[in-house]
Design a protein around this ligand. Structure first.
Ligand code: SAH
Length: 227
């Protein structure tokens, strides 16, 4: 696939955005969100998804589905990226932790909305590529590191919001600890390669955590290497 000039993706991106907006409306009964906020819509409309996928996948960059990014991993479906971002209710002061950098696409979307994004990726090769790509695209409020995201990133905790983009068998306790009172955590919970339960957790000002299920999703597993 030959790379098209960036302008030629505009129409594809507009169609994708419409698809995401209508999918948001159709799932409102489950998610509680009939509309994407303006800031999330703008982030989705501006981050060039074709720059985050391998050349062989570029023709499908603006189709609403996950795509392979190498190392057996995938870039998430745009609708799910939009929904998970919306659920965090970010503002320009938010400091966010993301687990599972992958291509860096979701990181770039978060970085448009938040003050700073810390992102942890288990596979060093993906972490290095994503960090370089984000830098190239002028995304300079992001730190990426290779490591086990289930442990969070204690040096920068607590976080206003945490997003996990790989399926965990249980919500990693370190992440709950590293969430600020008043903060939100979104995480797919369940067995690998089956449908999982996308969960939204909220820590109230007293530190009490409540959660609700949002939607069935399919993510690659959150892998924890033996210590
Ligand atoms: N948000 C990504 C989607 C990545 S898929 C994107 O937009 O492209 C999930 C990613 O989680 C994979 O890259 C995988 O390597 C990573 N991952 C799996 N287990 C992990 C762990 N314990 N810590 C950090 N990253 C992990």
């Amino acid at each position: 696939m030959v790379d098209k000039p960036t302008g030629e993706y505009e129409e594809d991106r507009r169609i994708l955005l419409e698809r995401v907006i209508s999918e948001t409306r159709e799932t409102a009964g489950l998610t509680g969100y009939a509309q994407l906020s303006e800031s999330v819509t703008r982030a989705l409309a501006t981050v060039p998804r074709h720059r985050f996928v391998p050349a062989a996948q570029q023709a499908w960059a603006y189709v609403d589905r996950p795509l392979p990014i190498g190392c057996g991993q995938t870039i998430s479906q745009p609708f799910i990226v939009a929904l998970m971002t919306e659920l965090l209710q970010l503002n320009p002061q938010s400091v966010v932790l993301e687990i599972g950098t992958g291509s860096g696409y979701q990181t770039a979307v978060l970085a448009r909305l938040a003050r700073w994004v810390y992102s942890v990726e288990r596979i060093p090769e993906l972490a290095t590529t994503a960090a370089a790509r984000l830098r190239e695209l002028g995304c300079n409020n992001v730190d990426v590191r290779a490591g086990d995201g289930a442990l969070g990133w204690a040096e920068h905790a607590p976080f206003d919001a945490i997003m996990v983009t790989a399926a965990a068998a249980e919500v990693p306790p370190a992440l709950v600890r590293q969430l600020k009172p008043g903060g939100r955590l979104v995480v797919p919970v369940g067995s690998p390669y089956q449908t999982q339960d996308l969960r939204l957790l909220y820590k109230d000002e007293q530190g009490v955590v409540q959660g609700r299920s949002i939607l069935s999703v399919v993510f690659v597993p959150l892998i924890q290497d033996p210590a």
